[in-house]
Design a protein around this ligand. Structure first.
Ligand code: ZN
Length: 182
């Protein structure tokens, strides 16, 4: 007999399935941060997704060190949606950590493609709403990203095109800056 899954269970799969985060929550009693990318499914595990992921990781480490938040332990993982990094963080409350990560999502040119999940000391997910922040915007239009994803307003191809444009613009401005410095 197959088990009937509640639809919401699927959204929280990533959090429910790893024993490691349960272990770290028990062991450290610290907020956990999970770094992944937010790209259309057809791009998962592509070179482009990997590039975005490595930029996200660099930015996260910068943000953490600027705020004097310490990484106690970190471990990378890989699943069908791509690569990810799980970290236990000290020196910040889960709300402070979530706010710092939302700021990065909002301010970095590739922020719309970064995905940062924060778990509090009790192992509960900290949402944008509970941190009194606006929901994440769609990369194409002004709706909330969750709305566009649920209603499939944009084709995967148009999302892919937008992702490539965002990355292309960022890499061009990045190399221009480096040339100016040199
Ligand atoms: Zn949209």
């Amino acid at each position: 007999m197959s088990k009937n899954k509640h639809p919401l269970d699927q959204c929280h799969n990533a959090w429910q399935h790893t024993d490691q985060q349960q272990k770290w929550i028990k062991q450290y009693r610290l907020p956990l941060l999970r770094v992944t990318t937010f790209v259309p499914r057809i791009m998962a595990n592509s070179e482009v997704a990997e590039k975005i992921y490595s930029i996200a990781k660099l930015q996260v480490h910068d943000t953490l060190s600027q705020s004097n938040y310490k990484v106690i332990e970190s471990d990378s993982f890989e699943d069908k949606d791509g690569k990810g990094l799980l970290m236990a963080i000290s020196g910040a409350s889960s709300t402070q950590l979530k706010r710092a990560m939302i700021k990065l999502e909002n301010n970095h040119p590739l922020g719309p493609l970064f995905n940062f999940d924060v778990l509090n000391r009790d192992g509960k997910m900290v949402s944008r709403r509970s941190s009194e922040m606006e929901p994440r915007k769609c990369i194409i239009c002004d709706h909330a990203a969750s709305y566009c994803a649920a209603s499939h307003i944009h084709s995967e191809e148009s999302l892919e095109r937008e992702v490539l444009q965002l990355l292309g613009r960022h890499l061009v401005s990045f190399s221009t800056k480096e040339t100016e410095i040199a």
